[in-house]
Design a protein around this ligand. Structure first.
Ligand SMILES: [Cu+2]
Length: 303
């Protein structure tokens, strides 16, 4: 009788081990497959060296936490299913293990330290605003953005474009799907040169806003009475769209950001043209307005 019990106990143990191995193998396959897909379908890698660093960091950390998650859940579910009471599994009786405690403290600490090294280097890089060739002051208002090019003396206001604004009105009768870049287009884009280090100084004239263009790899709060810093260096010409990312009032969803990166030559041309317009050649309506109050009065109540 005793021999029979010993044999069934042994075969049960064997089956348990088999299941653990099977689950572990399955987990590895899931992680590898997922990793391959994740590289192709993930958050945008952006268009600046910094945004690409952020993207790489994200991939590395996501891989680490996924492996940890799969291992922990595999162990957990294996224990729950295989070692359940209805199967008469006999629980271990020990109540203290110094080795286990040191191990489950040391390994997570080690993992955190390893993850902190690349994360810190990216964070330090994010604050490295020195050596910028162009400084742009960004001011958030309810509900538009002001851009001041400090070196070139250009000042512009950027509000939701007319078409989106018309379509968004209640009972406008406009099918918003027919509006190109609905709620992601502005009247005056932020024109910037490529391959140029640009420093942004962000603040607000009323409540807290947040300036966010995903392709640049960062988001920064614009806070009244405070100046936050950020920088970018866009490598590819193109149009990059973003939005205010801090709930700032009833029209929070209607103050998009559009950055247009052009070649440095085109940028200079734009600056000259803009200056000429500001100097007094027949300015358009928008340039005649100098204060936000004028601007708000001109655009009327957008609610
Ligand atoms: Cu806002």
């Amino acid at each position: 009788m005793g021999v029979v019990l010993a044999i069934t106990g042994e075969s049960r143990m064997k089956r348990t081990n088999e299941l653990i191995v099977a689950l572990a193998v399955m987990a590895v396959i899931i992680v590898v497959t997922w990793g391959i897909y994740a590289v192709g379908d993930n958050m945008p890698s952006g268009v600046t060296p910094f945004s690409k660093d952020v993207y790489q960091l994200h991939n590395v950390i996501l891989a680490v936490v996924t492996v940890i998650g799969v291992l922990v859940f595999t162990a957990m579910f294996t224990s729950i299913v295989v070692h359940r009471k209805s199967k008469n599994y006999e629980a271990a009786k020990f109540s203290h293990s110094t080795v286990a405690e040191i191990t489950w403290t040391a390994i997570p600490v080690l993992i955190l330290v390893v993850m902190a090294i690349p994360a810190t280097s990216v964070l330090i890089d994010m604050e490295e605003t020195g050596g910028a060739e162009i400084n742009i002051k960004v001011t958030g208002y309810q509900w538009l953005w002001q851009y001041e090019y400090l070196e070139d003396g250009i000042n512009l206001y950027s509000t939701l474009d007319r078409e989106s604004n018309r379509a968004r009105q209640i009972n406008s009768g406009v099918d918003v799907r027919t509006v190109e870049n609905y709620l992601l287009e502005v009247d005056n884009r932020l024109i910037v040169p490529t391959d140029t280090k640009i420093r942004f100084l962000l603040t607000s004239g009323d409540v807290i806003h947040s300036w966010w263009v995903p392709e640049l790899g960062w988001k920064r709060d614009a806070i009244p009475g405070m100046v936050n810093e950020a920088w970018t260096l866009i490598e590819e010409e193109g149009v990059y769209r973003g939005q205010c990312a801090e709930l700032c009032g009833k029209d929070h969803g209607f103050m998009p950001i559009v950055v247009e990166a052009v070649s440095p030559e085109d940028y200079r041309r734009w600056v000259e043209q803009r200056r000429a317009e500001m100097a007094g050649d027949p300015p358009s309506d928008s340039e005649q307005l100098t204060s936000v109050d004028d601007r708000a009065a001109a655009s009327g109540d957008q609610g």
